[in-house]
Design a protein around this ligand. Structure first.
Ligand SMILES: Nc1ncnc2c1ncn2[C@@H]1O[C@H](COP(=O)(O)OP(=O)(O)OP(=O)(O)O)[C@@H](O)[C@H]1O
Length: 673
């Protein structure tokens, strides 16, 4: 069969699916994809034991409203993630086919996925959030005007006109309502007009009216031909009646799969009748949990099963013991037994049902065609969609958002600058114009250098939150193909570094240097400033690396502080590194403060002589102290200019090293569930 005839056949399948499964007529143009899944098994290792999460499930979803329901822990979210290509492939087997073809490697970026928790930038307005999505996800060749038109269209479709220019809101600032927030999330995914939209529990946390309005919106999208697949726990009837197709899961197995509105009829046919006025989703869960009040009507199959059971019991004393156990008076045990029994009944009934046969009839030809194409070598991999935009364009857009975010939330930058300003004034006041008294000139100088480095390095601990706070947004956007890891890294580093690190260091250097009265020499001042900048870069690098490695702020903060403390000990002031055993003293090579302290001492003390008349045994004696002697005593070489610059090079190396480490940690971060 040629690829063309495959495409025509698939289109026919989609049309047939849409007309036979949707309650409402669906536009026949632009139909969403048909997603079939075949023998999906998903297991994880928990404490060295295999835990089966999805057990050989199969089914099909197409244009319309497709719900995955079931009790807590039934496997709804896992199933949704498998279909959306967001599960770790380790432990996963079976086939998920999109219009009869294997998922392309980055299917994640072709479809929309709305997470249960809102993933929107709180400091931006609804329109700005949607525009960001349009700018990074629509190709560069689409003009800004066209992107703007698309955003306006989505805003209209989602009924967000009244709050389009309102900020979404953060934990500190109240923004739009929860329904508007959810719709904004959906809008961000709708910007690319994806053929399939996945939603993980879209109504969780919303009041019933809001939940209804979100579901009606989804129905509107479904009627336009989209394939909407979502997990949902226990919707009310007004929501349930909007569903076209239902997958009922319990313990990772299919309890029912077919037309949603036929589920009640199906359960009735196997002996579970819904009471009048009961809500079908509540009833489904009661049936699965064995919590139905009424006794189940007996069917002929039950009689056969009962006979079989009685025979087995008579034959085996072991079985008798088991029976006694299951009749335990313990209520929890009884409930567990009841659920297990009910689960087996439902599983068996579904496997033998015409609904299951109908699903198999729908999906078998799709898998057979796929296998035939693979066997004949004609299977064409769906075109892998790459990033819509180049690196530079992504960087511009992501940096723009990061900058806007900082401008709208300037507190951290302002506090950082003010704290540095206060520190500079305090240090400058304590060491004000230290002068050239040989008794204290060197001690005061090395003391103030140590203090400056201490404040500067620990001040950069505020960078630890950089990759922790926005981690869910970054993971979602990166995995959905918004931008590359390197783009996010560069945008964040620059947006954090310029306003929150550079500006305070400039202020700090200018104040301390002249207040303390260090060497009056422009070159010496700029070298001093350069050392402080390099220290800031390197120590921010340590904080970034901790931030990219741990997702708990307290742990990242503690580890970064510990590193800084160790580096401080090995700076060269608290302990003489020359007398330290070699097996321990090597740590100095990783110490930011070691190189910085050396550099500052060389800038200030090399060739310096501090002379004055001092009183010795009640006599005024003209005394001198030589800065170079101090350098020699502490093992600092100062024969050439290189002796200073090699400390600068080492600081640059440490900065680059820590920054690279943080990028790698960000890159390696687990992004699949
Ligand atoms: N990576 C994992 N490691 C260990 N257990 C897991 C993992 N993923 C899922 N599970 C377990 O598998 C079962 C199904 O999880 P899943 O989140 O898919 O269920 P759910 O039906 O969506 O539940 P809920 O309604 O509570 O969100 C649960 O018992 C869950 O604890």
């Amino acid at each position: 069969m040629s690829p063309n005839s495959d495409a025509v056949e698939m289109e026919d399948r989609r049309l047939a699916y849409a007309s036979s499964h949707s309650q409402e007529p669906i536009a026949s143009t632009n139909l969403g994809s048909l997603i079939s899944f075949h023998n999906i098994n998903y297991e994880v290792m928990v404490k060295k034991q295999k835990k089966v999460i999805l057990d050989n499930i199969s089914g099909i979803f197409g244009p319309g409203m497709n719900a995955i329901m079931g009790p807590t822990g039934g496997g709804k979210s896992s199933c949704l993630d498998v279909l959306a290509g967001r599960k770790d492939p380790a432990g996963l087997s079976g086939y998920v086919l999109i219009d009869g073809q294997k998922q392309p490697p980055n299917f994640k970026s072709m479809c929309g996925y709305v997470l249960q928790d809102d993933i929107v930038m709180g400091t931006l307005t609804v329109k700005e959030n949607l525009m960001f999505s349009a700018q990074v996800r629509l190709a560069e060749k689409v003009t800004v005007e066209q992107k703007n038109q698309r955003v306006i269209r989505v805003i209209k479709e989602l009924g967000l006109q009244t709050c389009a220019n309102t900020r979404v809101g953060t934990e500190f600032v109240r923004g739009i309502s929860s329904s508007e927030r959810k719709r904004c999330n959906i809008g961000i995914e709708m910007i690319t007009l994806p053929p399939v939209l996945f939603l993980d529990e879209p109504t969780t946390g919303l009041d019933s009216n809001t939940a209804s309005s979100v579901c009606k919106l989804l129905l509107k999208l479904a009627k336009r031909g989209r394939t909407i697949i979502f997990s949902i726990h226990q919707p009310r009837y007004s929501i349930f009646k909007l569903f076209d197709r239902l997958l009922l899961l319990a313990r990772g197995e299919v309890m029912y799969h077919g037309d949603a509105q036929a589920a009640v009829h199906y359960l009735d046919s196997i002996g579970f009748s819904i009471e009048e006025m009961n809500n079908p989703p509540d009833f489904f869960l009661d049936v699965i949990n064995g919590d139905t009040d009424q006794d189940r009507k007996r069917t002929p199959e039950d009689d056969d099963e009962e006979n079989e059971k009685t025979e087995n019991i008579a034959q085996s004393s072991e079985a008798n013991k088991h029976l006694n156990k299951s009749q335990s008076t313990n209520e929890a045990d009884q409930r567990f037994d009841r659920m297990a029994e009910r689960f087996n009944v439902l599983l068996k009934a579904y496997n033998q049902s015409e609904y299951n046969q109908r699903v198999q009839k729908e999906i078998d030809p799709i898998l057979n065609d796929y296998n035939a194409r693979v066997a004949s070598g004609t299977e064409q991999q769906l075109k892998a969609v790459d990033y819509s935009n180049g690196w530079g364009h992504q960087l511009k857009i992501v940096s723009g958002r990061a900058g806007l975010n900082i401008m709208r939330n300037p507190m951290t930058s302002v506090v950082q600058t003010v704290v540095m300003l206060i520190q500079a004034v305090v240090v400058g006041t304590i060491y004000f114009q230290i002068g050239g008294n040989p008794l204290n000139a060197i001690q005061d100088r090395v003391g103030v250098f140590f203090l400056i480095l201490l404040g500067l390095v620990f001040g950069n601990l505020s960078s630890v939150e950089l990759f922790i706070k926005e981690r869910p947004i970054f993971i979602h956007e990166n995995i959905s193909g918004f931008y590359r890891v390197s783009v996010y890294f560069m945008a964040k580093v620059f947006s954090d570094f310029l306003p929150r690190r550079m500006v305070p260091v400039v202020v700090y250097s200018a104040i301390t240097y002249w207040m303390i009265g260090l060497r009056v020499d422009a070159a010496a001042f700029f070298e001093f400033f350069l050392v402080l900048i390099l220290v800031t870069i390197a120590s921010s690098g340590v904080a970034f690396a901790a931030s990219a490695t741990f997702n708990v702020f307290a742990i990242a903060n503690m580890l970064a502080s510990m590193c800084f403390l160790l580096m401080n000990i090995f700076a060269g002031l608290l302990v003489n590194l020359n007398t330290m055993p070699v097996w321990l003293s090597w740590i100095k090579y990783l110490s930011i403060q070691h190189y910085a302290f050396n550099a500052l001492s060389l800038i200030e003390l090399k060739g310096a002589q501090f002379c004055a008349n001092v009183t010795v045994e009640e006599e005024l004696v003209y005394t001198c102290t030589n800065g170079s002697d101090y350098l020699t005593l502490n093992g600092m070489q100062f024969d050439s200019e290189w002796d200073l610059w090699r400390n600068m090079v080492a600081l640059t190396g440490l900065g680059l090293g820590f920054m690279t480490l943080s990028y790698l940690q960000l890159f390696r971060m687990k992004k699949l569930k």
